[in-house]
Design a protein. Sequence first.
Lengths: 151, 362
Amino acid sequence: MQTATSIDNAARKAALDALAAAPARALAEFWDRYADKPAHSKVRGPEVGLVMVRGRAGGGGAPFNLGEATVSRASVRIETGEVGHGYCLGRDLAKAEAIAVIDALWQQNADAIEAQIIAPLRALADAADQKRREESAATKVDFFTMVRGDN
Amino acid sequence: MYVAVKGGEAAIANAHALLADRRRGDRAVPALRIDQIVEQLGLAVDRAMGEGSLYDKELAALALVQARGDLIEAIFLVRAYRTTLPRFGYSQPIETGEMLIERRISATFKDLPGGQMLGPTFDYTHRLLDPSIVDGAVPEPVTREADTAQAPRVTDMLGRQGLMEPDGETDPDREVGDLTREPLDFPLDRDLRLQALARGDEGFLLALGYSTQRGYGRSHPFVGEIRIGEVDVEFDVPELGFTVNLGRVRVTECQMVNQFKGSAKVPPQFTRGYGLVFGQAERKAMAMSLVDRALRAREFGEDIVAPAQDEEFVISHSDNVQATGFVEHLKLPHYVDFQAELDLIRRMRADHDAAEMQEAAE
């Protein structure tokens, strides 16, 4: 049985995933257009650090440490009291901070954030992925067998 | 031993100024921008990230410019940079089976679910220099309707029939080795070997992989699958209480399928070597998988007869930053050491001359 919290968490995670995946420029564009930006104070960061990325032996076996990646993170409190957290690959402090503010706002007014920021970012990401899939698909090999003649 | 020597400050400062000048080159030529390197020298960037063991394209590109294109120097710069940053934690293991695939080939099966996609490959090019690429217009790539089905890992398909050695059980309580945290203690478990190989020198691993093909630790390899593309990096965020996707990284995975191993209890199965590298780095991933398989000799009870099977030899010498540090330290002042050697050889020669005179006298 799914509890209300786990459903909320899944939706919040999906929003955070879309924000982290978004190109910084696209995220900044939609965020700039968002009208009711709250005042916020920094709880932690923004700061840059490392996450050790893991793989699995053979693809599905025991984990091993593949190598690190730079990660930016920020935690903020908006004026209405919600605390938001932002995490993304790379060294973009402004992006991490924007994600944190958006995450805090999401807890207060998920519908507006979903409609004005998350959904359009997701649409952009889906279109970009689809384009990439189609470019790769054009390089797919169509094997055919030569039939040998009788003589 | 070398002792600190004073002097040369002005020479060093001027040498660094000269380095900056030569790095910039002719001022009439526009300076390189980082985004140009990221976009147009992508595989050099990937190699600096892979062997620098730090995924950050802009940093790797900066390192390449700063190093004047010297890859090992760039890798050194990337490694040095990472020591300045705090570690937030470890990601969940990436799921290569759910990759957004850009290239996927198999030398063992023609007809794969999901198909074989060549992607942006040098294969089948004629290797003729083409001056037109410098300023020629490049058309948009061709597109074709894409399969929506996920492409399963080839080794999982054979594994289902029991023909392939499985990935192995995972003990969730076992701590994953991390060579950036504790010094290596031989013999190693496979997790530490894979970490060392993933950041190991491509040239060294390529030569060792090649040596196994030429008979030094033969393992009859076939490329079961190579796949290149982007995977999600999921990270457990304690303040949230769930994982978030930090974004995607591009990786190259190689599944090398090798000849059989069986026992009284287990019927013969194909064995496997595994390669996984940051970025598009097919040669490196292939070499890594050959060497991984060779280094599993102990596990399979094979005779260790070749360099590529010797774990301590391979892993102790695979890191090009360590290797260059020790080789290049030879050029630092060793004046006192060498003075002692000079004294020694003068004494030996004096003894030799004395013995010769003695002999002549008798």
